[in-house]
Design a protein around this ligand. Structure first.
Ligand code: UD1
Length: 374
């Protein structure tokens, strides 16, 4: 069975790493990695391949940036060519980025079976490009690998056959647990981040500072709905500046966010330590010992739940409700008051949190077991 395993953007890379690794235990499977090139900066892409032990992709499509239409179209054109020449039996897509959407459409039109890993998640917010990507991908996929119960419910409601839906747990948690084990074995020396990066003004190297475990916050922020609107971004920045009076906030800055900070002249306090995007190892090294994670990412909501770390999600909704129901996640909204309230609540919530079923590091094994059986 020849499988094209597709990844394009940063949040895909941690999902394909365990899938690829587990494929090696199945000699009947030839798993070939396709990197669409949606993310291309070293920090957004190659650094992740290195940290996550992903081999050089068989195919690199060089799609790059552009409007959603341009980026999706470029990926489709290039992916169609390699599907026609490479003739895979199955295309496996992960997550909800533009590469997920583009490659599932191309495969399906060439009558190639499509498996969607992390299927069925819904924010019910069509202003979010990822929601459209999730809905379209699920509308045409053949096999659905699901991370949480809400995914099963959503897919059944949308008319999918029960037999095509497989609750397997979460490959991103497979990766997280694997990396934590590696960190223990290697010692922390090789994981310590190089704080070469930005100061308040966006240039130079921040002053050295010592971080005690559980004394600081770790933050990521990049959603267009949070950073592309001036008033929303200002409100979020005010809340963060207030939290920064209580603890240092470590803030690796996504390229989109950096651009909008400059455009809107957003001012952050001295206690918010900014730096360029970090690799997976560096980032994990920092957030695993944070007192709290402040984020608008999808993946960190789940990874913090898996490690029991308080998480404040700076969004109006989440497509990952299990992290709020069972886990450590508090949904803050995007106003100053909402974020400060969630920050006050999150520490108590984390004390009674638990880990969702099958988030045990073996999801990728279950996926291959199911596919080879089919
Ligand atoms: C994409 C995903 C999002 C994911 C995020 C993680 C979609 C619709 N969105 O959003 O789900 O959470 O990645 O990072 O697929 N840029 C660089 N270097 C790069 C990549 C991008 O400078 O390597 C710039 C682009 O030129 C653009 C901005 O960053 O100005 C945004 O990149 P883009 O890939 O369009 O979307 P993300 O916001 O990263």
């Amino acid at each position: 069975m020849k499988v094209f395993l597709v990844a394009g953007a940063r949040p895909n890379f941690m999902k394909i790493a365990p899938i690829y690794r587990a494929s090696l235990k199945h000699p009947e499977v030839s798993c070939q990695i396709v990197h669409t090139g949606q993310h291309y900066d070293h920090e957004m892409s190659q650094a992740f391949f290195d940290d996550l032990e992903i081999p050089t992709p068989q195919y690199y499509l060089e799609a790059g940036s552009g409007t959603h239409a341009v980026q999706t179209a470029k990926i489709m054109v290039a992916f169609e060519k390699i599907c026609e020449s490479g003739k895979p039996d199955l295309v496996m897509v992960v997550g909800d980025v533009n590469s997920t959407l583009a490659c599932s459409i191309v495969a399906k039109k060439l009558l190639i079976k499509v498996a969607h890993v992390e299927a069925g998640l819904r924010s019910f917010d069509l202003a979010m490009p990822e929601e459209i990507n999730r809905m379209v991908t699920d509308a045409i996929s053949d096999y659905f690998f699901v991370t949480e119960e809400s995914g099963v419910t959503n897919l059944l409601r949308e008319g999918k056959a029960q037999s095509s839906i497989h609750y397997v747990g979460h490959v991103m948690i497979d990766n997280l647990l694997h990396q934590i084990e590696k960190m223990k074995a290697e010692g922390s020396g090789s994981w310590i981040p190089a704080f070469a990066g930005m100061t308040k003004s966006g240039a130079g190297r921040p002053e050295g500072f010592k971080l005690e475990k559980k004394s600081y916050a770790f933050m990521t922020l990049h959603r267009p709905s949070n950073v592309d609107d001036r008033n929303t971004f200002m409100g979020i920045a005010e809340a963060l500046n207030e939290i920064a009076q209580k603890m240092i906030i470590i803030f690796p800055v996504h390229p989109r966010t950096k651009k909008m900070m400059e455009q809107f002249q957003i001012e952050f306090s001295e206690n918010i330590k900014m730096m360029p995007p970090l690799g997976f190892k560096e980032s994990l090294f920092l957030w695993k010992d944070a007192a709290v994670v402040l984020t608008d990412s999808g993946g960190l909501q789940e990874e913090t739940t898996a490690l029991g770390i308080p998480c404040v999600t700076i969004r109006e909704n989440t497509e990952r409700p299990i992290t709020v129901e069972l886990g450590t996640n508090v949904l803050a909204g995007t106003t100053k008051e909402g974020i400060l309230n969630a920050y006050r609540q999150c520490f108590a919530k984390a004390k009674s949190a638990s880990i969702p079923p099958l988030w045990d590091g073996r999801a990728a094994e279950r996926i291959w077991a199911k596919l080879t059986e089919i």
